[in-house]
Design a protein around this ligand. Sequence first.
Ligand SMILES: C[S@@+](CC[C@H](N)C(=O)[O-])C[C@H]1O[C@@H](n2cnc3c(N)ncnc32)[C@H](O)[C@@H]1O
Length: 392
Amino acid sequence: MPSHDERLPLFAITAPGLEPLAAAELRALGMDVKEEPGGVSWSGTRAQLYDANLRLRTASRVTVLAAEFRARTFFELERHARKVPWERWVSRGGAVRLRVTSKKSKLYHEGAIAQRILEAIEHRVGALASTDVGRDEEGGEDEGDAQLFIVRFNRDGCTIRADASGALLHLRGYRQALARAPLRETLAAAMLLGAGWDGTAPLVDPMCGSGTIPIEGALLARRIAPGLSAPDREPRDYAFTSWPDFDVERWAAVVDRAAAEILPRSPVPILGSDRDEGAIAAATANAERAGVLGDVAFSARAVSAVEPPAGPGWMVINPPYGVRVGERDPLRNLYAALGRTLRERCPGWTLALLSPDHGLERQVGFALDEALRTSNGGIPVRLVVGQVPDEG
Ligand SMILES: C[S@@+](CC[C@H](N)C(=O)[O-])C[C@H]1O[C@@H](n2cnc3c(N)ncnc32)[C@H](O)[C@@H]1O
C-alpha cells in the first residue's frame, strides 16, 4: 500500500482557455502547479487530490497519471500496460470505462488499443464486471460509476490517466431546471474569476437564464466549495472514494476544513434577472437546490429595467448569441440597448460579457478587452471586460 504522503502526478483537465484560472485556483490552495495545454499539472499528495476535486470551480476533472510510455507495436503496448498498477484504481469485479484517442501514431486503431489495455487490467486485477469503450471527446458526459481511464496516443507516446472525479466537475448537482442555452457551471465560474470578481463587490446578471452566473457567484462569495453545493453541504460523489486506497479520514478532514470556511450569507448583494418568467422560475429552483436562495435576489424584468444596488460592482452577462439566420439584427439592437442602459444606470461598474463576435460586442459602445478565449457548446467565445463610462 503506498504511503499517504506519497506525491502523485496529478492533472486537472480544463476546457481550452481556462488553464490559467484553474492554475490560479490551485495556487491559492497552496499547490505548486504548471499550466499545460488542456489543463494544469502538479505533483500532489492525496489530500491535495481530494481538495482539488472538492474546491476547483473551473476544471472539468482531476486525474492521476497512471502511465506514460512509448509504444509502436501492440507487443510494446501490452508490455507497458501490464506494468501499470491498475489495482490502485480498480478492484476485481469492478467496472471500467476507457476513452481512447490516437493521433499521428503507428497504433491508430482505438478499439484494438482499448482491447489490449482491458486485457492488461484483467491480467492484474482479475475479471471485470463490465467494460465500456469509446473515444475521449470533449463534452462527453458520464455514464454510471465505472472507473474511467483516459488513454491518449500522440506521435507514438501514450499517456494513461485515471479519473479521480467521476461525474464531470461542472455537475455540482444543483442545476436540474434548465432555461434556454444554459452555461456550464465551470464556465460561469470562469467568467466571474476571469473578470476579477472576488465576491466582495455587488454582482448583477440581467440575462441570468437558469441562474448559473448568480448561483456560482453566491457559492464564491460565501466560499462554498463547489463540491459542497447541495443544501445540506454534504459532498457530492467522486470516483476516488471507491479506490481501494481511499483514505476516509483524510477525506473527512478535507471536507471539514472546506465546510468550516463557509460564510453564513453573501457579504454583497447578488442579483439575477431575465425577461423570461420561466427562466426565473428555473433559476429560483436551482438556487434553492444549491442552498443559496437567500443570497440571490431574482426578478423577471427586461435588461432596460435593471435596478442595480449601490455600486460600483460587476455586471457579468452571457447574452444570447443568435447563431441562427435572422437573429442578427435584433441582437445588434439588444447589445446596443444593453450598452445604453449600463451607461445610464451603472457608470463605474465593470462589465464582463461572454461574446460570440467583435461586431456584436462593439454595439455596446465602450471599450472591452479580452480576458480569455474558450468555447461554449462548441461555439468559440471570448470573455471581454471593460469599465462602464459615465454618461455624457
Ligand atoms: C444565453 S441565455 C443565458 C443563459 C444563462 N447564463 C444560464 O446559464 O442559463 C440568454 C438569456 O438572455 C435573456 N434575454 C434576452 N433578451 C433579454 C432582455 N432584453 N432582457 C432580459 N433578458 C433577456 C433570455 O431570456 C435568456 O435567458
